[in-house]
Write a protein that binds this ligand. Structure first.
Ligand code: BG6
Length: 492
C-alpha cells in the first residue's frame, strides 16, 4: 500500500453542486481521499448552485449520492458521517449577482486555505462565474480554477471561454480536466515509455508498423441526449481523450515531469497531426450512428429513438480515423483510432503492433510470422501485455504461436484502483498541472477537429448506421483492412 501524503488544507467550491458530475464523480472521489486520510480535517467542500437548499439538505443529497456510487464495502458509516460534516452549501447564481456575498463571507472565515473553484457547470457559465469571483475579491495566489470539458464546441468558442477565464486567472492557476489523463494506466504509459529502455528504443517507425487506439463504450447517450446531440463522438471523445492518449503514445521524452515540459511535448504531437481535408475525408474517416440492436444480450433501441424519435439527427456516435503524425519518428506509421457508444464492450486500449520479421527461418507450416504486439489496457482489467512468438511444447516439430507476457495490475498490486478524479483533485490542491491541458493544447486540438468537422459538414451522406452491440459500421473494418491490417478484437 503506497504511503498517503496529506495535501494542504483547502476550501473547494464546487459550482454545479447538484449536477451529475458532482454526484457521480466528485463527491465519491473526495470521499475516498478523505477516508484514506489525504484530506486534512480543516478542509471544506462547499457546494454552490442556484437552488436554495440548507446545508443539511445538501449533506443528505451527498449521502444518497455516495450510497449509490461508492460500493458498500468501502462505505464506513463513521467515516461517511465525518466526511459529510466537511460539506457546506451556498446558493449562488453563476450567471447573475445573487449569493456571491454569502460565498465571500463563508470563504473569509478561512482566508489561508487553498481554494480550488471547480466549475462542474455548463461551459456557458465559465466566463460569468470567473468574472464574479474576481469582482468579489475571491481570487488570490492560492486559488485555482478547474474547468470540465467540453471547453467549447469549436476553436472559436474554446478561445472565447479561454479568454474569459484568462482575464481573471493566470494560466498557471487554470486546470483544464481531461479525466483520461488521471487514469492509472494512462500514467503508466509514461512509466512504460520513459522508465524502460527496452521500449523507448523500439518506439520508432523502423520497428513499429502501426498503432491502434480503441475506446469503446456499451452505454448509449443515457440522460445526456440534449448535450450529446450537439456534440457527437468527435467533439465528446476524440478531440480530447483520444488525442491525449495519442499524444502520450507519440510524444518525445519530456525534459522533466513538470507541467510545462510534458505539455510542450504533447503540443508538438498535436501540431504534427496531419489535418484531414475534404479530399481525403472519405478514405481516412468513418462516422457511424447506432441503430437498434442488443448489448450484453439485452435489446436496446437506436440513437434516434434515444433522442425521443428525432429522425433527422446526423450526429455521429462512432468515429474511426486513420491519422498521421508528421514527424521523423512517426513518418509512415498510421495511428488508427476508434470510439463509439453502444459497442459490444466497455474497453479502452492502445495496441502497438511491431513490424513482422523480415524473413522467416521457420518452415511455412510453423505459422511463424505473427508480428509482436504490445497491448496497453486502460480499462477494464488494467494491464500490459506483450505478445511474443513461442514454440508450441511437444515433439510435433517447430510450430510457433503467440503467447503473452502479461502484467495484470489488479493481480500484481492487489489494491483498489483509484478513480481518475481522485488523483486529479489532489493534483489541483497541490498545484500540479502536469495531467491537465494547457490552453494552447486545447486550441490546437480544436483547430484540427474543426477541419474534420468542416469536411464532414460538406459531405452529403449521413453517418452510417451500425447495430447496437457491434464494433461500428463495416466501413470501419474496411478502413483498416484496406491497408492489410485488422483491429485487435480479442474478447476479454
Ligand atoms: C466523457 C464523455 O468525457 O467520458 C462521455 O463525455 C463518456 O460521453 C465518458 O461516456 C467516458 O469516460 P470513462 O472514464 O467511463 O471511459
Amino acid at each position: 500500500m503506497a504511503t498517503i501524503i496529506p495535501v494542504a488544507s483547502f476550501d473547494c467550491v464546487v459550482f454545479g453542486a447538484t449536477g451529475d458530475l458532482t454526484t457521480r464523480k466528485l463527491l465519491p472521489a473526495l470521499y475516498y481521499r478523505y477516508k484514506d486520510g489525504q484530506i486534512p480535517g480543516t478542509s471544506r467542500i462547499i457546494g454552490a448552485s442556484r437552488s436554495e437548499m440548507s446545508v443539511e439538505a445538501f449533506r443528505e443529497r451527498a449521502r444518497d449520492a455516495l450510497k449509490r456510487f461508492v460500493p458498500a464495502r468501502d462505505l464506513d458509516e463513521d467515516k461517511l458521517a465525518a466526511f459529510l460534516d466537511h460539506l457546506d452549501y451556498v446558493a449562488v447564481d453563476g450567471a447573475g449577482d445573487d449569493g456571491w456575498e454569502d460565498l465571500a463571507a463563508k470563504l473569509a472565515e478561512r482566508p489561508d486555505q487553498v481554494r480550488p473553484y471547480y466549475l462542474a457547470t455548463s461551459p456557458d457559465l465559465y466566463g460569468s462565474i470567473c468574472r464574479n469571483l474576481s469582482a468579489h475579491g475571491l481570487i488570490g495566489e492560492k486559488s485555482r480554477v478547474v474547468l470540465e470539458k467540453p471547453i467549447g464546441k469549436d476553436l472559436k468558442s474554446a478561445r472565447s471561454i479561454n479568454d474569459a477565464v484568462g482575464e481573471v486567472f493566470p494560466e498557471e492557476q487554470i486546470f483544464r480536466i481531461d479525466h483520461y489523463l488521471g487514469k492509472e494506466t494512462v500514467q503508466n504509459l509514461l512509466a512504460l515509455r520513459f522508465a524502460n529502455t527496452i521500449f523507448e528504443r523500439l518506439w520508432t517507425a523502423d520497428v513499429i508498423d502501426h498503432v491502434q487506439i480503441t475506446v469503446g463504450e456499451t452505454v448509449g447517450v443515457e440522460g445526456r441526449a440534449g448535450y450529446y446531440d450537439t456534440s457527437g463522438a468527435l467533439r465528446d471523445m476524440v478531440q480530447n481523450h483520444l488525442l491525449q492518449l495519442l499524444c502520450l503514445m507519440a510524444m518525445e521524452s519530456p525534459l522533466t515531469l513538470d507541467a510545462n515540459s510534458v505539455r510542450d511535448e504533447k503540443l508538438k504531437v498535436l501540431r504534427a497531426l496531419k489535418p484531414i481535408t475534404p479530399h481525403d475525408v472519405q478514405a481516412v474517416t468513418v462516422r457511424g450512428q447506432y441503430a437498434a440492436g442488443a448489448v450484453d444480450g439485452k435489446p436496446v433501441q437506436g440513437y434516434r429513438a434515444d433522442l425521443g424519435g428525432e429522425t433527422e439527427s446526423r450526429t455521429e456516435t462512432f468515429v474511426a480515423l486513420k491519422l498521421e503524425v508528421q514527424s521523423w519518428r512517426w513518418a509512415g506509421v498510421p495511428f488508427y483510432i476508434r470510439t463509439g457508444k453502444r459497442l459490444p464492450q466497455k474497453l479502452s486500449e492502445i495496441v502497438v503492433q511491431f513490424r513482422a520479421s523480415p524473413f522467416s527461418i521457420f518452415p511455412a507450416e510453423s505459422f511463424g510470422r505473427e508480428p509482436n504486439r504490445l497491448v496497453i489496457r486502460l480499462q477494464p482489467e488494467e494491464g500490459i501485455k506483450l505478445e511474443v512468438m513461442t514454440k508450441d511444447p511437444g515433439p510435433g516439430g517447430m510450430r510457433l504461436r503467440p503467447t503473452n507476457l502479461d502484467i495484470s495490475f489488479e493481480e500484481t498490486f492487489k489494491q483498489r484502483y483509484p478513480d481518475a478524479y481522485e488523483r486529479l483533485l489532489m493534483d489541483v490542491v497541490r498545484g500540479n498541472a502536469t495531467l491537465f491541458m494547457r490552453r494552447d493544447e486545447v486550441e490546437v486540438a480544436w483547430a484540427w477537429a474543426d477541419s474534420l468537422l468542416k469536411a464532414w459538414a460538406d459531405r452529403p451522406e449521413p453517418p452510417r448506421a451500425y447495430p447496437a452491440g457491434s464494433w461500428g459500421p463495416t466501413a470501419a473494418i474496411a478502413l483498416i483492412e484496406r491497408d492489410g491490417r485488422t483491429w485487435h478484437e480479442e474478447m476479454h
